[in-house]
Design a protein around this ligand. Structure first.
Ligand SMILES: *Cc1c(COP(=O)(O)O)cnc(C)c1O
Length: 421
């Protein structure tokens, strides 16, 4: 398609957009009394209007039924989490029993490492990407130390090449080969939070498994954003948060994936609690743990229903639309955003550079030459919500659920006037 950087062209794309009805189903913040151009769905997704109804339902049941709500609420609380597994399994390419929602992301990665990072004196190394998301770095360092190793010895980071902004799959594969039988775990962010790169999860998973390591993925920026086939790819485990592309509210619950082949392995180490036991005998309060042989067995506590409610509301929307349509619009809107950026860049004589590689999802990361922080502030004051990463990068994620093509055009005009000032 031949794009044009004009309002009428942007509007014509909106007219053809199958998802355009969804925009009005979200609450938009306003600046100068106008809905913002929201580029931070990769950080905190907008609130769907239907979410309140899901939360109100629980508040009402709690008020009316109190403890009886566990079994008699409109959606009983004791197995409320089970409602999320099916729609979520479609999003991450899993079987229903491989998926569970519990805790928050970093907590879940720790719990999954209890099962999948079992270092020995010979096989103890972890491979990750250089400059992983800080929480992941702290998690990996503390896990390694917990097992009596030094991070400097056990953590191997794959770097980008000098002068390049992205990781090369071949470099990751070479590192996996090199570490070989010392490699216990590969754990990488499936979509990098900084440059928006999508890693070749299938190839890397296969390579890690070939040398006998476990392979897990932090899918914080991937879930609800790109196509995932965790079961097919034979990923050992994964976890993600629900507040970025999944629109479930600040700090909300996390999803986990554990591959089917591990679910019936009762020798696998795991931290356990009462919500991991079989549901039909749970309230017999027996002393021994009986696994459900599903991902639910990683659950410890009874589920935080008030935080699962917004996640369920969001999953209902994802299920209505399906990842295929979302990804189709995402590819078009990101391509249009890139086009608009390149047009503005020509008009303003090379003021910035896109550092996101071709393997990408919803996000374009833009390195600003010169003006940097001032330009970022100008965008924010003019109703473009983006975020700032040191040293000079703004990240733009036009979430396909609620961003319009007209937003991309409007953004381009504001960017241009910001640069020209
Ligand atoms: C957002 C994000 C997190 C956040 O972790 P929480 O435990 O939810 O605070 C972790 N890892 C990555 C890669 C992220 O992008």
């Amino acid at each position: 398609m031949q794009f044009e950087n004009t309002l009428s062209f942007a509007k014509s794309l909106d007219l053809k957009d199958e998802l355009s009805d969804y925009r009005s189903q979200f609450h938009f913040p306003k600046v100068n009394n106008k809905p913002v151009v929201y580029f931070t769905g990769n950080s905190l997704g907008l609130q769907p209007k239907r979410t309140k109804k899901f939360v109100d339902e629980i508040m009402a049941d709690w008020g009316d039924l109190a403890v009886e709500g566990h079994f008699h609420a409109s959606k009983p609380w004791w197995d409320y989490h089970e409602r999320l597994a099916e729609p979520l399994s479609h999003i991450v390419g899993a079987k229903k029993e491989e998926v569970c929602v519990m805790n928050t992301l970093t907590v879940n990665l720790h719990l999954l490492m209890v099962s999948f990072y079992r270092p020995t004196s010979k096989r103890f190394k972890i491979l990750c990407e250089e400059k992983a998301f800080p929480s992941d770095q702290y998690m990996l360092q503390s896990q390694v130390r917990h097992h009596g190793f030094e991070p400097s010895e056990a953590l191997v980071e794959v770097a980008k090449r000098d002068g390049e902004h992205y990781w090369r799959t071949e470099d990751i594969l070479a590192k996996i080969e090199e570490i070989g039988d010392k490699l216990a775990l590969v754990l990488i962010g499936g979509v990098n939070y900084y440059n928006g790169q999508v890693f070749d999860m299938q190839t890397i998973t296969r390579a890690g498994k070939a040398v006998g390591a476990n392979v897990g993925w932090d899918l914080a920026h991937a879930a609800g954003n790109i196509e995932l086939e965790l079961h097919e790819w034979e990923v050992d485990f994964a976890a993600w948060c629900s507040y970025k592309y999944m629109n479930s509210g600040p700090g909300n619950a996390s999803g986990i994936f554990v591959h089917e082949r591990h679910l019936k392995n009762d020798k696998l180490q795991r931290f356990e609690g009462w919500w991991g036991t079989k549901k039909d005998t749970r309230f017999l309060m027996k002393p021994e743990f009986e696994s459900t042989h599903t991902a639910d067995s990683w659950q410890l506590s009874n589920p935080p229903v008030l935080s699962l409610a917004p996640y369920l509301a969001s999953l209902e929307m994802f299920d209505e639309v399906g990842m295929e349509k979302l990804i189709k619009k995402q590819k078009l809107i990101v391509a249009y955003l890139e086009f608009v950026l390149r047009e503005i860049d020509k008009e303003t004589e090379g003021s910035f550079e896109i550092i996101t590689p071709a393997d990408r999802g919803c996000q374009l990361s833009v390195f600003l030459h010169g003006q940097g922080r001032k330009l970022f502030d100008y965008l924010m004051e003019n109703g473009v919500i983006t975020d700032w990463r040191e040293p000079n990068v703004i990240r733009l994620a036009p979430a396909p659920f609620y961003c319009s093509f007209e937003d991309m055009y409007r953004f381009g005009q504001i960017l241009k006037s910001g640069i020209e000032r």
